[in-house]
Structure formats: structure tokens, C-alpha cells
Design a protein around this ligand. Structure first.
Ligand code: SF4
Length: 290
């Protein structure tokens, strides 16, 4: 039975800590072992059984999971709204068709409108070109109901240019565009903090420029400041650990394969019904930190 008080609507599962990219701003957990396929299915069973509505496969890079397509279909068969966040490297035409026909949301990482900005952000040199090719293809593809979202990490390297992404959002009918303030939460991002960190007012300035550039489609852009990263959703790690983060401090509150998931949520004590509603107020929150 879904207990609205404690069950979040949306869960982000960092299903692997492995990645085929080497972004210096990355805060993924490193060196965690992937679960087996059967264990991964069991995690989906647990999430569906307690009343989670939406599951996002993230990472690392989720397309490195050998049977990720089977897991997407399995999650869909359980009635979940299914989303994936990918760096796009492994998305060829065949994979893209599969994702567009079977996902509800495909989120692409894009931190600049040009390859030059992406290189500054330490992604590979053709990243923006690849993402634009995918956007072009997806906007013309008629099968499936997959909506496209763009995630943009805003840092010292790109905050003066992020508004240039707006024309891509509008041109390719991207449904949501999320700006995320660089967050030195763990691993590489902590090491590179001085290189990437921006002040709150710089982040807000970038967000305001992005909103201006979006014009009448301003409702498609949203923002998350670093203190809120991983607080809007419920984050699961490759080994099925559940962690919560507050003010850049994390704690593990349980494991979906070992513990009663209802107890995990209650242990955290946050009332997710309210927390989920906060996404509606993100714009106001960002204005408040200026
Ligand atoms: S930011 Fe994303 S694409 Fe870059 S290394 Fe981290 S998980 Fe991989």
C-alpha cells in the first residue's frame, strides 16, 4: 500500500558507478560493483511494490549495463514511468530507436551548445555535436511517447554561456531543461572543487539568462542549486543502498535488497509528499538564494 507520507514519487537509481566519460566535475560514486541482472530486477520489484511511480536509470553511464534494455522493459511491465539519463556516447541509431519507443523520458547531459564549451567542461571533444544529432533525430521520430530532457551542469567554466542552449531546447521541442549548480558532493567533483565551483549569485545569473532566452517557453527551464542536489529525489546506489544528502553531507539509510523499504523511508523521516511538491517551487527557491 502506498503510504504517501513517506514514499517519494520518483527514484533515481545510479545503477552503475562505471562510466565511459571522465568529466572532472563528476560526483558519481566510484568503484562500486554492479548487481547481477536478477538482483537488478529485484530492486525494480521492490520499488514497484512499495508504490514508487517513476524510476530513472542513471549512473555512471547506464548504457554500460549489458541488459539495460531488458531492465527498461521490465520496469515498464511493472507499471513504472521510466526515465534514463545518459551521456549519449553509446546511443547509435538502433539504441536511440529503442529508447524513444520504450522510455517515457530520455535525459541527455549537455553543458554547452558547442563542442568548445563541452571540452572546457572536460567532456569529450564532439559531445555537443553528438547530442544535437540525437535531438534532431528524436524531434523527427514519430514512434513512442518518449519526452526529451536536457540536464546542464553549471560551473565556473560555462555559466556565462548556458543560455545558448535555449535555442536547442526550443528548436528541438525539448520538454524540460534543468540547470544544476556544480556540486562538490563526492569523488572527482570534490577534487576539482576550486576549478568548477560557482557562487550562488553566479548560478542565479545563469538561470535568469536561460529564462530570458527561453522567452514564451520559460516554463520548460528549471534549476537546482547545489544544496538541493539529491534532495528532490530518492537516490539509490549500484549496490541498492539508499542515501540521503543534506548540505553536502550524506548518510546511508538502508538497502533495498536487505531492508524493508517501507522502513527505510520512515527511517529517513522526511515527508516525501511535501518534498515532491517542492519541485513546483524550485524557481522561487532559486530566486531566494540570490
Ligand atoms: S558526469 Fe556523467 S558522463 Fe561525466 S563522468 Fe560523471 S557519470 Fe560519466
Amino acid at each position: 500500500m502506498r503510504e504517501l507520507k513517506y514514499i517519494p514519487n520518483s527514484v533515481c537509481w545510479n545503477i552503475t558507478s562505471r562510466c565511459n566519460e571522465a568529466c572532472k566535475f563528476c560526483y558519481r560514486e566510484t568503484n562500486m560493483k554492479d548487481l547481477t541482472f536478477e538482483e537488478q530486477k529485484k530492486v525494480i520489484d521492490v520499488l514497484a511494490s512499495v508504490g514508487i511511480l517513476k524510476l530513472t536509470f542513471a549512473g555512471g553511464e547506464p548504457l554500460l549495463i549489458p541488459r539495460i534494455n531488458d531492465l527498461i522493459l521490465y520496469a515498464k511491465s511493472k507499471g513504472l514511468v521510466v526515465s534514463m539519463t545518459s551521456n549519449a556516447i553509446l546511443i547509435d541509431e538502433k539504441q536511440l530507436k529503442f529508447l524513444l519507443e520504450n522510455l517515457d523520458w530520455l535525459t541527455l547531459s549537455l553543458d554547452g551548445a558547442t563542442d568548445e564549451i563541452q571540452t572546457l567542461m572536460t567532456r569529450h571533444s564532439k559531445h555537443a555535436t553528438k547530442v544535437k544529432e540525437i535531438l534532431e533525430y528524436a524531434s523527427a521520430y514519430k514512434k513512442g511517447k518518449c519526452r526529451i530532457k536536457i540536464n546542464t551542469v553549471v560551473s565556473k567554466k560555462n555559466y556565462k554561456n548556458v543560455q545558448d542552449i535555449a535555442h536547442l531546447v526550443k528548436k528541438y521541442n525539448v520538454t524540460r531543461w534543468k540547470l544544476m549548480q556544480f556540486t562538490p558532493l563526492r569523488s572527482y567533483a570534490k577534487e576539482a572543487q576550486s576549478e568548477f565551483e560557482i557562487r550562488n549569485d553566479e548560478f542565479v545569473s545563469a538561470y535568469n539568462k536561460a529564462k530570458l532566452a527561453m522567452g514564451s517557453m520559460v516554463n520548460r527551464v528549471e534549476a537546482t542549486c547545489s544544496n538541493d542536489i539529491e534532495q528532490e529525489t530518492f537516490t539509490v546506489f549500484p549496490n541498492a543502498d539508499v542515501r540521503v544528502a543534506k548540505n553536502l553531507q550524506e548518510k546511508t539509510i538502508g538497502n533495498l535488497l536487505r531492508d524493508n523499504p517501507g522502513e527505510i523511508w520512515a527511517r529517513d523521516g522526511r515527508e516525501y509528499k511535501q518534498l515532491n511538491m517542492r519541485t513546483k517551487f524550485l524557481e522561487r527557491d532559486v530566486d531566494l538564494i540570490a
